[in-house]
Design a protein around this ligand. Sequence first.
Ligand code: SAM
Ligand code: SF4
Length: 346
Amino acid sequence: MNNLILKAEKTHSLNKEEITSILSNNNIDNVLFSSADRVRQKYVGNEIYLRALIEFSNICQNNCLYCGLRAQNSQIQRYALTEEKLISTAQIAIDAGFKTIVLQSGESSAISTKTLCKIIKKIKQNDIAITLSIGEKEYNEYKDLKNAGADRFLLRIETSDKNLYKKLHPNMDFDNRIRCLKNIKELGYETGTGCLVGLPGQSIGSLADDILFFKSIDADMIGIGPFIPHPQTPLCTESKGSLITALKVMALTRLLLPFSNIPATTAMETIEAQGQLKALQCGANVIMPNVTDEVYRNKYEIYPNKSACGTTINNFKKILACKYAPTGRTIKMSKGNSLNYTKKHR
Ligand code: SAM
Ligand code: SF4
């Protein structure tokens, strides 16, 4: 088994059977984590890239069974930031030194593509990168947003298991999600995807397929997080995902996609204190501090008790630098482009 991990460290390739056997074996976790940590250091270095996350609207037309923002959750108070508020929030993050802004929302046309384009153009008057995480759109909308200046797009596949996808996403279509990812890639966005770990009905084999899916689309960014049940969703009584399994999926992803940007996700920190620190030591190289005003952030409840950094926007760099210095890592406020992307677009 150790040889299999060393082989992956050198060749960046494993088949489904090999991935499944590593995921099923609990005795080799530390070997796997150390291997992913070496690959991370060799290919993307010791810097932790910071991205400022703005959750600009919790309005969503979809009903993903796991998510607190689902349309049928009538217990949450919906909001959408005004154009001015969104731009001023981005400006505060830019003034604090952030070079990447991530604009995330539920999937809806509450803020039209036209308005979003206007906002993007305005923010892009600064020398920064913009990542969008706003769900499924038509090709022309993705195109307009790209032309307005958006650089990157995150759209998790959530699960590559078509049957499970269907069960968890009423009125959504797996093939359309794939179409969206293809469009995003074709339009020249840095392309991000990812999955949830520990979904009810998800098998180890399907997690192996998720990792192979990331490899097959040559993803530039990959966000992996444990499923956390939300009390106002149909999955409220299900068990939460396991941090260790999520870290193993992430570590294997690092072995197979050495140049990609991989965040230590908020869900990892929420499920266990120091979850992000652990993630940074087994493959992750990105942290996305939430810079949304607290009043809105509390309403953007994908899952309960979403971990916050607990600091002011100007202190992120200092606090995180102190926190992660003992691991030999430095905080970088640069754009932090995905090397997986830049090596293809030189
Ligand atoms: N609406 C957009 C979309 O779905 O792509 C972007 C926002 S959505 C809230 C961002 C991510 O939150 C999803 O891709 C999903 O993986 C994650 N998420 C939603 N509910 C979750 C839960 N209960 N536990 C962990 N992650 C969750
Ligand atoms: Fe909406 Fe995204 Fe939540 Fe699904 S995961 S309900 S699309 S916000």
